[in-house]
Design a protein around this ligand. Structure first.
Ligand code: HEC
Length: 103
């Protein structure tokens, strides 16, 4: 009995975790296309963008840390998003790019 409760709690926790990752992915995608306008400069197949001002994200497949650094600090003609996107939004768009670019 006690074991069942523990197992249910474990699965509930897993489910919550999946839900939040999914939400983060969708939030990140929305930022990529809209608030961040990343799609104006970067190709990313999942986002349906084919711009080539900046590197093709499907080719460089940046990890989440690398995206956070570029979005926070800017890179060359790429603007810094400090004060434009919140920390949470920067993390979401970085999560999205890291996840979407490997596929
Ligand atoms: C005005 C065009 C422009 C916009 C908008 C833009 N970028 Fe960039 N991005 C660039 C360019 C150009 C580079 C290459 C900079 C360099 O290496 O000199 C770059 C580089 C990058 C890199 C790679 C940095 C590295 O480590 O090599 C990542 C990741 C990235 N951008 C993600 C994003 C994301 C996410 C957004 C939206 C929040 C975004 N970019 C918006 C032009 C843009």
């Amino acid at each position: 009995m006690k074991k069942n409760i523990i197992i249910s709690i474990f699965f509930l926790f897993l489910k919550i975790n999946f839900a939040t990752s999914d939400d983060k992915f969708l939030l990140g995608k929305d930022i990529f296309l809209n608030a961040g306008n990343c799609s104006a400069c970067h190709s990313l197949q999942d986002a349906g963008s084919a711009a080539n001002v900046g590197p093709n994200l499907n080719e460089i497949k940046p990890d989440i840390g690398r995206v956070i650094i570029s979005v926070t600090n800017g890179a060359g003609v790429m603007p810094s998003y400090l004060g434009i996107l919140s920390q949470e939004e920067i993390e979401a768009v970085a999560y999205y790019v890291a996840e979407a670019s490997v596929n």
